[in-house]
Write a protein that binds this ligand. Structure first.
Ligand code: SDX
Length: 427
């Protein structure tokens, strides 16, 4: 670690402290830069900017490493559960058996939503995109749960966190049921977090719903893969909204809105739509050529990542899970073959190799979710369901960080210099 970064600007020679984390890149502390130089840094997209200190998740994009509180995503995906990973993200350590039981019971006891919220759904058209519904309904939660919106009260922060994690599956299932014209199902507290979601989504009041344990495990693992991911766009949105003191429900609604974008969490829906558009392996070269064409805005959805310049470790687990789900359901899907061949061709194409474009977490998730029975429009809803625990954990970390203040970036102004108003009669 070097002890200072030296900046020479005009006649000024300035030193800025260099801070080191436990692992990963050092940071140059430039908090005094503007006061000392009257200049800003310029970093659109924040490709070289650390917005905060965090202990939650570490990513090494070159090595394809993803750690949650130090535990590798591959080990968590194979050996843990979404409830246990949720506890880990919120509390920093893996729970004892009793701690996990208590946490799961607490979350289970918050899965019901205010009965009036069901009426809230009636305002949407039946063909509303489930992400539009999720944005609206989660934002409205602050109108139903006033007793957990005081962000300075640690007890209220805990209750709001548990309510958001617990109610997201219920609201997500309700969004699906509303879109298909079926009645909402209440949570069943005898089921696991993920089993409860499967039943609320695919069950009907007319008959019992038996949770398939292989599907339950596969979906629980998919939730683990999506739980948190450092300072990605939607997490940064939640932190920025929270920095103004907005209530947690409004902050998570902001994160959902950001996640919806096809460059971010909306990529899983876009990736499956792309595979459907390609249709058959013989059309892959045409789309590879389009992805490489600077004049064509088409990009391979599910490929590339701001941080991973090696393989996204979540995509590895996701591809393995596809094979498990297909074997269990005794299904095949020609789109999976298209996905495998597209990956193979892209990974051997100089353009993708040079630009370090590999499949990301969104590339395979659509194939699995489609096989389980989710419509494409629900894919990003499931991403938001799982990412809620990451957003909530990051929001709590931000609120309690003594370094944090309201986020307020500056700009490089390139507009007109001052000029006088001209009355319309003289223009
Ligand atoms: C998620 O940040 C996170 O952690 C996000 C996430 C999480 O868990 O929160 O991991 C989830 O959002 C995964 C990413 C899902 N998005 C997609 O799959 C959409 C397709 N991918 C891209 O749009 C793109 O790769 C991004 C947005 C993911 C990353 O873009 P960057 O880092 O800003 O890089 P870039 O857009 O500047 O691209 C660098 C170059 C460009 O070419 P040049 O201008 O240098 O010539 O690579 C090219 C791009 O044109 N490129 C692609 C490409 N992605 C980048 N070319 C073809 N197909 C692609 N998918």
């Amino acid at each position: 670690m070097t002890d200072a970064a030296k900046l020479s600007l005009g006649s000024k020679q300035l030193d800025y402290p260099v801070m080191s984390g436990t692992i990963g890149p050092d940071v140059i502390d430039i908090r005094k830069l503007y006061a000392q130089t009257d200049a800003f840094t310029y970093d659109p997209g924040f490709t070289s900017t650390a917005s905060c200190q965090s202990t939650l998740t570490y990513i090494d994009g070159d090595q394809g490493v993803l750690l949650h509180r130090g535990y590798p995503i591959g080990e968590l995906a194979e050996q843990s559960s979404f409830m246990e990973v949720s506890y880990l993200l919120l509390n920093g350590e893996l729970p004892s058996k009793q701690e996990l039981e208590n946490f799961s019971t607490t979350i289970t006891r918050h899965t019901m939503v205010h009965e009036q919220l069901a009426t809230f759904f009636r305002g949407f058209r039946r063909d509303a995109h489930p992400m539009a519904i999720l944005c609206g309904v989660v934002g409205a939660l602050s109108a139903f749960y006033h007793d957990s919106t005081d962000i300075h009260d640690p007890a209220q922060r805990v209750i709001a966190s548990h309510r958001l994690i617990a109610k997201m599956p219920t609201i997500a299932a309700m969004a699906y049921k509303y879109s298909v014209g079926q009645p909402f199902l209440y949570p069943d507290n005898s089921l696991s977090y993920t089993g409860n979601f499967l039943r609320m989504t695919f069950g009907v009041p007319a008959e019992p719903y038996i949770v398939n344990p292989v599907i339950e495990k596969a979906l629980d693992r998919i939730f683990i893969l999506h739980a948190d991911h450092e300072q990605n766009a939607s997490t940064s949105t939640v932190r920025l909204a929270g920095s103004s003191g907005a209530n947690p429900f409004a902050c998570i609604a902001a994160g959902i809105a950001c996640l919806w974008g096809p460059a971010h969490g909306g990529a899983n829906e876009a990736a499956l739509n792309m595979l459907r558009e390609i249709g058959t392996p013989d059309r892959i070269p045409e789309y590879i050529a389009r992805a490489k064409d600077k004049n064509d805005p088409f990009r391979l959805m599910g490929f590339g990542h701001r941080v991973y310049k090696n393989y996204d470790p979540r995509a590895t687990v996701m591809q393995k899970t596809v094979r498990e789900v297909f074997a269990e359901l005794k299904v095949t899907d020609p789109l999976f073959d298209v996905a495998l061949q597209l990956e193979e061709i892209a990974l051997n194409d100089p353009y993708f190799v040079e630009k370090k474009l590999f499949p990301n977490v969104d590339f395979y998730s659509g194939v699995i979710l489609s096989a389980i029975g989710f419509p494409t429009s629900m894919f990003t809803v499931l991403f938001a369901l799982a990412r809620t625990v990451g957003w909530v954990a990051q929001w709590n970390e931000m609120i309690t960080d003594p370094d944090q203040k309201i986020g307020r970036p500056r700009q490089l102004y390139t507009g007109p210099t001052q000029r006088s108003y001209v009355p319309v009669t003289e223009r």
